[in-house]
Design a protein around this ligand. Structure first.
Ligand code: ZN
Length: 263
């Protein structure tokens, strides 16, 4: 699928986002490098903030994989993958709340369907939602376009069914296995392809000191950091967040979301 025809399709596309979704929005001012240089959409959040206007139409989102936190200076985006999980998601939510941090939760469709109350809890706390496919198939990039489309759009529907009217702002391919087609499908449906720039490998349970040293090490500019609240024992993740988030706050970082509509 060429990016030109896809961009044209997306430009023609408008989507009215539910009012409930606006409650989750913060001002988007950041940017991320985009693979598609032609993408110059207006920011959704600027539209949402327009005074006295009609319900904002969704701006198309870039095809490029977002790896930067929106905002400026010492902005950082925390992302939490592979939930929701009844054991770990509440604990992660608690540590985020204790540190006044809003994060982005990349949810597996079947888990969202199994635990809709956790999806609601995450959304109600002001975190953003991200589609992480139906089955977390890390070989998605070797599958048919039709399969990828089903995995992406069915998972989006599963998340939306848990919280009617909620915005699903991003799509993160399982294992980062994006394809040009999966990026186009996600973007055409209002979801920015979402990567990361710091991976503490919390899923491999490397031990608390290793996680903390990775995330306290030389952080790239406006990092997007990858953590997990599903897929196994996440006690190290919860403990690491409990150390990491206060450290970041003490070092002047502000917590934001991954860039969504900026290139
Ligand atoms: Zn994952």
């Amino acid at each position: 699928m060429s990016s030109t025809s896809t961009a044209g399709t997306r430009r023609r596309r408008t989507r009215v986002r539910a009012a409930a979704a606006a409650a989750l929005a913060l001002v988007a001012v950041g940017g991320a490098p985009a693979l598609a240089a032609t993408d110059r959409p207006a920011a959704r959040d600027e539209a949402a903030a327009a005074p006295g206007g009609a319900a904002p139409a969704a701006a198309p989102v870039p095809l490029g994989i977002s790896r930067l936190a929106q905002g400026a200076g010492r902005a950082i985006a925390i992302t939490i993958d592979d939930g929701p999980d009844p054991r770990w998601t509440p604990r992660v939510l608690k540590v985020l709340e204790q540190n006044k941090v809003k994060a982005t939760f990349c949810m597996i469709g079947t888990s969202a369907r199994a635990h809709p109350e956790l999806v609601r809890e995450v959304a109600a706390a002001g975190h953003r939602l991200c589609d992480h496919s139906v089955d977390h198939d890390v070989t998605m990039d070797h599958k048919s376009v039709a399969y990828q489309r089903r995995q992406i759009l069915d998972a989006k529907a599963m998340i939306e069914n848990a919280v009617p009217g909620v915005a699903v702002d991003y799509y993160r391919a399982p294992g980062g296995a994006f394809t040009p087609d999966s990026r186009a499908i996600a973007a055409a449906n209002g979801m920015r392809p979402l990567g990361w720039s710091v991976d503490p490998k919390d899923w491999s349970r490397p031990g608390l000191p290793a996680i903390v040293s990775t995330v306290e090490g030389a952080l790239p500019v406006r990092p997007t950091v990858l953590f997990h609240d599903g897929g196994g024992d996440r006690s190290e993740t919860v403990a690491a967040l409990g150390q990491y988030l206060p450290w970041l706050t003490a070092h002047g970082y502000t917590f934001t979301f991954p860039a969504r509509t900026a290139p």
